[in-house]
Design a protein. Structure first.
Length: 239
């Protein structure tokens, strides 16, 4: 009976490749728009931002800051592997590249590089399943994922994937040296328009003591028509 239970459990457990594919599928979309509040805490001060974002597939993304007033109108555009930033006070478009990609957006724990990383984990990583567990009371599969090549931002990720929703409820992001760089958690998971959505995410840069960034989604829509111009550099300076 013990052997039979072991065999049945093994048959029921998905492979790492299947889990990465399911996670990618759950986090990808044709089009999406959302309104998000971002709270950045560094242990001394707290700053709050409101932003509206648009996405189309895995290649196109645009973000516009709505508040506070001093940052209102700041926009970012991602097209494939390229990223641009527009700051109204400077009245110019700047391409973000090289070491600048590692900087945090608005001083947050979310880097421009993080924004560039679309949900394509199966393409970027090879993984193994290291068992089951619980994250915030939800059953999860634990994966250890290793980057397939050196172009991937984080050479190693440890991921706890929700067994029901296939969302990555917790991630630990590591450098090639094995140093823990960031933790990334998802919470307040709910179904919106037939999709599972984590309406709260907390990112903590482990190299900045006391630093954390909390993203809370207040509104999100999927499969909606979006203007083509939103995903062009012309949109960045549009009044």
């Amino acid at each position: 009976m013990v052997l039979l239970a072991f065999v049945l459990a093994a048959l029921a457990a998905p492979t790492a490749d299947e889990l990465l594919s399911a996670m990618d599928k759950e986090m990808q979309f044709d089009t999406r728009s959302s309104t998000t509040t971002m709270v950045v805490a560094d242990g001394r001060t707290t700053r709050t931002y409101e932003m509206r974002s648009f996405g189309r597939g895995v290649d196109d993304a645009a973000v516009e800051y709505l508040a506070p007033e001093r940052d209102k109108g700041t926009r970012m555009l991602k097209k494939g592997d390229e990223l641009w930033l527009y700051i109204p006070r400077a009245e110019r478009v700047q391409k973000i590249s090289g070491h600048m990609l590692r900087q945090g957006m608005m001083g947050s724990d979310v880097s421009y590089e993080d924004m560039m990383n679309a949900a394509q984990f199966r393409e970027q990583y090879a993984a193994v399943v290291e068992g089951e567990g619980e994250t915030d009371g939800r059953k999860t599969w634990k994966l250890v994922a290793t980057a397939k090549d050196s172009s991937v931002t984080y050479p190693k990720r440890v991921i706890w994937i929700d067994q029901e929703t296939h969302l990555p409820l917790r991630q630990e992001l590591y450098a090639l040296s094995g140093m823990l760089l960031k933790t990334w958690t998802m919470a307040d998971v709910k179904q919106i328009e037939g999709r599972w959505v984590a309406s709260k995410m907390v990112i903590a840069d482990q190299l900045r003591q006391g630093s954390s960034t909390t993203l809370t989604i207040s509104e999100v829509h999927f499969g909606i028509p979006l203007e083509d111009e939103v995903f062009t550099t012309r949109w960045l300076e549009r009044k």
